[in-house]
Design a protein around this ligand. Sequence first.
Ligand SMILES: Nc1ncnc2c1ncn2[C@@H]1O[C@H](COP(=O)(O)OP(=O)(O)OP(=O)(O)O)[C@@H](O)[C@H]1O
Length: 231
Amino acid sequence: MKAILKAENITKDFEKERVIKGISLDIYENTFTVILGPSGSGKSTLLNILSGLIRPTEGNVKYGDEMMTSWSERRLADWKRTEAGNIFQEYLLLENLTVEENIKIGISPKKGSLSFERLVRILEIDDILCKFPAQLSGGQKQRTAIARAVIKGPRLLFCDEVTGALDEENSKKVVGLLHDLKSTFGIAVLFTTHNQQIAKTADRILTMKNGMVYQDVFNDDPITADAMIWG
Ligand SMILES: Nc1ncnc2c1ncn2[C@@H]1O[C@H](COP(=O)(O)OP(=O)(O)OP(=O)(O)O)[C@@H](O)[C@H]1O
């Protein structure tokens, strides 16, 4: 397995409080990695450091052989536009644009994109392309947000509690589709959650507690998204 991202002894302080306490790990290509842990354990902060949304207080993040943490804002912005996709619990769609227009915002002019038609078919939103966000269900909104993040063909997809606002059926669908996108396009998926069932679908589970990764396991026998049992 090839590492795409490497975190080397990263820490993060917010107002003198250390919320990430020295984490070193590799993120591998074509792997669905769940970052599991209770509220406040530092999952989102770790994800945001790995995706370049925030910088660590100490330590380095490497992309291949390049030291991301030394990049200029401009170089980092370029990388985010081409190699990294982000999805959040809040869908962050533009309300005055249609589904199709929202998705096409994600196309990076500097690079070829994935086939729009193929992507919207995989995500099962090909029949709602002319609708506006206010006319969509939560699941449809999230699948539109996924398409917008993935259309540029990123190597990494960062998903922060993306099923947090969805019901069981829509959560299963979204998790299943993210696995399909990993397999179809070879995208490394990083997914924060406190949901143990979602963790069981992952190739790798990083468990966080109190700003540290205290368990890092590869899952030999992941379950399918459909097989998740909601409590
Ligand atoms: N911008 C910020 N300013 C100050 N403190 C912050 C900031 N972001 C996060 N924190 C604090 O850092 C700690 C870790 O937060 P983080 O959001 O990473 O945890 P989490 O595991 O993702 O939690 P949740 O599951 O509730 O989203 C918490 O104590 C939080 O209050």
